[in-house]
Design a protein around this ligand. Structure first.
Ligand SMILES: Nc1ncnc2c1ncn2[C@@H]1O[C@H](COP(=O)(O)OP(=O)(O)O)[C@@H](O)[C@H]1O
Ligand SMILES: [Mg+2]
Length: 307
């Protein structure tokens, strides 16, 4: 398909029109994300929800209409970075290459307007030294903290943007921490909210994945890993009640003898609670007081994001 001059100009002005030229009918959150101009965007959307597709449109828009820009796609492995990059390339070809290519290969696209899109795995050695206008971190919850710390300064000089997309992988790491940060714009959509998934399909997924993985992958919950002795939310509650209360019995009661397993579990709980204040930082909430990780039924159309 060759993009007409009119579509070209309209697509430049509005990435949603570019997505429509590509045959997409974007979901409401996709429209919002395509319109977003925020510097930090946190995308916690269920598996197969359209994160990669939407971000590929954002990347292509940047390359076509911001001359000399550099878009870097980073993910835990080359395969994931390539998957997003392949979508960018497929969309670029589908539009009939509206800006001519200089180089076009499996990992990079360089256009005649000076823009580049580069895909790379998140190994620190290979990605240092770029000045990036758009940094895309796919499968972000699985990108180690040290790697993110080494890539995020790349956008500081250019005053560029970061888009981090993932399903959650436990209550740890930078993707979890930024899920509570007001400095980031948040997109969160669960499987049951997706117009392309039926309840029967979701039930099948729950059977296949098991409850814990289903909650991460389709309900977008930051749940603790299966091996953790305690759920982080329970530990948060313990901390609010005072760390000693549930663990230390009253002096008048006889001290029960603990099994080795109970002692181990207690030690684990104490260790987790020592980090309590970190978990206790107030979460952003919508105007009805519902935290960003919950769902507010009064402002459902915001998908529970803070207003
Ligand atoms: N708005 C949409 N309308 C129709 N199909 C869509 C839409 N958004 C995404 N898809 C399709 O859904 C599938 C999963 O999309 P993808 O971007 O890979 O999801 P994710 O990265 O969230 O796992 C793809 O086949 C994609 O083409
Ligand atoms: Mg994806």
């Amino acid at each position: 398909m060759k993009l007409s001059l009119r579509s070209h100009l309209l697509g430049a002005a509005d990435p949603v029109l570019l997505a429509r030229d590509l045959g997409m009918t974007p979901d409401p959150w996709q429209i919002e994300m395509l319109h977003s101009t925020r510097k930090r965007v946190h995308v916690n959307i269920h598996r197969q929800g359209g994160k990669t597709t939407t971000t590929a449109v954002v990347a292509l828009h940047e390359a076509l209409y911001c001359p000399n820009s550099l878009t870097l796609i980073v993910s835990p492995g080359l395969r994931q970075s390539q998957e997003l990059f392949r979508k960018v390339l497929a969309f670029y070809r589908q539009l009939g290459k509206p800006v001519a290519p200089e180089t076009e290969n499996q990992l990079s696209l360089v256009l005649e307007n000076g823009s580049r899109v580069i895909a790379t795995p998140a190994s620190e050695g290979t990605i240092r030294g770029y000045s990036v206008d758009l940094l895309i971190v796919d499968e972000a919850a699985r990108v180690p903290d040290e790697t993110y710390a080494s890539v995020s300064p790349m956008v500081a000089v250019t005053k560029g943007r970061v888009i981090a997309l993932s399903t959650p992988a436990g209550r740890r790491g930078w993707f979890y921490k930024t899920s509570k940060s007001m400095r980031w714009e948040h997109f969160m959509v669960t499987g049951p909210e997706c117009p392309r998934l039926t309840q029967a399909e979701l039930d099948d997924e729950r059977d296949i994945l098991g409850d814990l993985a289903y909650r991460c992958e389709y309900l977008c919950e930051f749940v603790d890993s299966a091996g953790a002795a305690f759920d982080g939310a329970d530990v948060d509650a313990l901390w609010s009640a005072g760390p000693e209360q549930p663990l230390a019995p009253s002096r008048r009661e006889p001290v029960p003898r603990l099994t080795r397993e109970q002692e181990f579990a207690n030690r684990q709980a104490r260790l987790i609670m020592q980090r309590g204040p970190r978990f206790n930082t107030p979460e952003p909430a919508c105007r009805h007081g519902v935290s960003a990780s919950g769902r507010c039924f009064q402002c459902i159309n915001t998908q529970g994001r803070p207003l």
